[in-house]
Design a protein. Structure first.
Length: 290
């Protein structure tokens, strides 16, 4: 009887023990969700290639510097899939100059910057996730006009040419080239648009013309010669052009304005393709004034 009573007490004691233990066990917490991005509320680590100074970057108009995001420092090693999963887009913007992001299903992790006018600029880089800025940084640029003509020094004697671009200046690109051939040096500035085949073709061309006028007038003042008519193919400035420039004008090419500065002879030309009045483009041509 006593043995049965002891067994009963032991059973009750174990039941209470297990009951208390069960009631005191804390429920296992749910795992916290992973952040949407590895860079949430963080700052990009930007670096500038071919940089020539600390802090504020100094460059000449039409001199290109490449700015990139240093993902190696942020996540240990570069990984495109991780970058894409962290951002919906990365927007590169210089107010009043350009704003650009990657194409669909990609992000823009580096950008070449070129400026057509001197001044102080700031490049802003903003990373977006679900429509919100989650990471950002900026780089300042001091842009000067220290060379002979845009990005060219006429003393250079290399047989070469180069191209640089200004993104989205009034909706188009500018292409700058320098040529040295058999002792003759000249530079050209042309404009083009990726949308030039659409209905806004003529509007883009006229914006390019206006931009050339603006750039050159801001830098060098009013032109010495100007064609006042409306039919450009009747320009009466060809005699002045031939007297001033060493390189011949192309066929169906006509000068509209000519500048003469202490270092340069400069002309805005209109060039027609096979003399078609609807197929034309504008070009700036410059030579050293000797």
């Amino acid at each position: 009887m006593k043995s049965l009573y002891k067994i009963s007490l032991l059973f009750v004691g174990l039941t209470l023990l297990f009951s208390c233990s069960k009631n005191n066990i804390e429920p296992k917490p749910e795992p916290e969700p992973e952040p949407d991005t590895l860079y949430y509320n963080s700052k990009f680590d930007l670096y500038v290639e071919n940089s020539n100074s600390e802090g504020k970057q100094n460059l000449n108009i039409y001199e290109e510097l490449v700015v990139k995001i240093n993902f190696i420092d942020i996540q240990g090693e570069y990984s495109k899939p991780i970058v894409r999963s962290g951002f919906d887009s990365i927007v590169w913007k210089v107010p009043g100059v350009f704003s650009e992001k990657g194409r669909d299903n990609s992000v823009l992790v580096g950008k070449g910057v070129v400026f057509a006018q001197p001044g102080a600029y700031t490049l802003f880089v903003q990373g977006y996730n679900k429509g919100e800025v989650i990471c950002k940084d900026s780089v300042e640029f001091e842009v000067k006009n220290d060379r002979d003509f845009f990005g060219v020094n006429w003393k250079d004697e290399e047989d070469r040419h180069f191209s640089t671009y200004v993104e989205n200046v009034n909706g188009f690109h500018l292409n700058h080239e320098f040529f040295y051939n058999n002792g003759v040096k000249y530079a050209t500035l042309t404009g083009f648009s990726s949308n030039s085949s659409e209905g806004n073709n003529k509007m883009i061309k006229e914006k390019i013309h206006q931009t050339f006028n603006k750039f050159l007038t801001n830098l060098y003042g009013e032109s010495k010669y100007e064609f006042k008519g409306t039919d450009y193919r009747k320009s009466d400035l060809m005699d002045e052009y031939k007297a001033i420039f060493k390189t011949e004008a192309r066929e169906y090419s006509y000068p509209l304005k000519i500048w003469q500065t202490s270092k340069n002879n400069i002309a805005i030309m209109i060039e027609y393709f096979r003399n078609d009045p609807d197929d034309y483009w504008y070009i700036v041509k410059a030579e050293p004034r000797e």
